[in-house]
Design a protein around this ligand. Structure first.
Ligand SMILES: [Zn+2]
Ligand SMILES: [Zn+2]
Length: 252
């Protein structure tokens, strides 16, 4: 399998190594594949594929399991970079839990991939995200603070993700998400989404706030400090033990 994957990648690089196009979405984002390497991890044996972005220079990666190049029906998870959560273990958000849950699941699959998108805080950047945290610390309404700082602005993420999938000649995907509405956004960019795989997380001492009743009522999560905030990833997590009503409320 490894050999096949490397051969396919080399061929792809030969054909598309200097790819350039009109770009996708509002910001006309165009990416191209640059390099692939093996990435053994605590979650499984993956490959990591690096993409160059010839519009704003952001370096996105795909973490892939199995032989995915040119494949169909590939399970795909979209993850937005979150330095504080993913790398530093912050409990202000659930990004690391979402990332680990996805990588563990994909690590068990015959094939699948996670697109790690370098769009910290839904594209507002690390500094603005810390500014939003700071406003929250000062007692501002966290939802309003986040909205003011653009936390809901996530259109661009899908354009990059769609282009990455196209670059890898993925014929169709199964999107790992809890929000059926998100499928339309990828479809708009020409990605065939054949189905949806629910993203279900096991509650633990670090993410027990998922089960808070208030979270289910508002569709927002309650963080460790008891404050409401918008999800930093694309969709709200489903935790084992949630009722149908709670799950339904997440995407309202
Ligand atoms: Zn392009
Ligand atoms: Zn986060």
């Amino acid at each position: 399998m490894t050999t096949t994957m490397h051969e396919k990648f080399d061929l792809l690089l030969e054909q598309d190594g200097d790819h350039d196009c009109e770009g996708l979405g509002r910001d006309k984002v165009c990416v191209r594949i640059v390099a692939m390497a093996e990435l053994p991890s605590r979650f499984g044996d993956f490959h990591i594929i690096a993409f160059e972005n010839n519009r704003d220079g952001k370096e996105h990666v795909a973490i892939t399991k199995g032989d995915v190049i040119g494949a169909s029906d590939v399970p795909v998870r979209l993850h937005s970079e979150c330095l504080t959560g993913d790398a530093l273990g912050s409990l202000r958000c659930d990004c690391r839990d979402q990332l680990e849950t996805a990588l563990k699941a994909i690590g068990q699959m015959e094939r699948g991939m996670l697109l790690y998108l370098r769009q910290e805080g839904r594209g507002i950047g690390l500094i603005n995200k810390i500014r939003a945290y700071s406003l929250q610390d000062e007692g501002l309404d966290t939802v309003e603070a986040n909205l003011a700082l653009g936390f809901r602005d996530d259109e661009r993420d899908y354009a990059v993700a769609a282009h990455m999938l196209m670059s890898l000649k993925i014929g169709s995907i199964q999107l790992m998400t809890n929000n059926p509405k998100k499928i339309n956004q990828l479809t708009q960019y020409g990605i065939q989404v054949n189905g949806r795989i629910p993203h279900i997380m096991a509650p633990n001492e670090h993410n027990r706030f998922y089960l808070e009743t208030k979270a289910a009522k508002s569709g927002h999560m309650i963080d460790f400090r008891g404050k409401e905030h918008l999800p930093e990833q694309y969709d709200s997590p489903i935790a084992e033990g949630m009722s149908e009503d709670q799950i339904g409320a997440l995407n309202d």
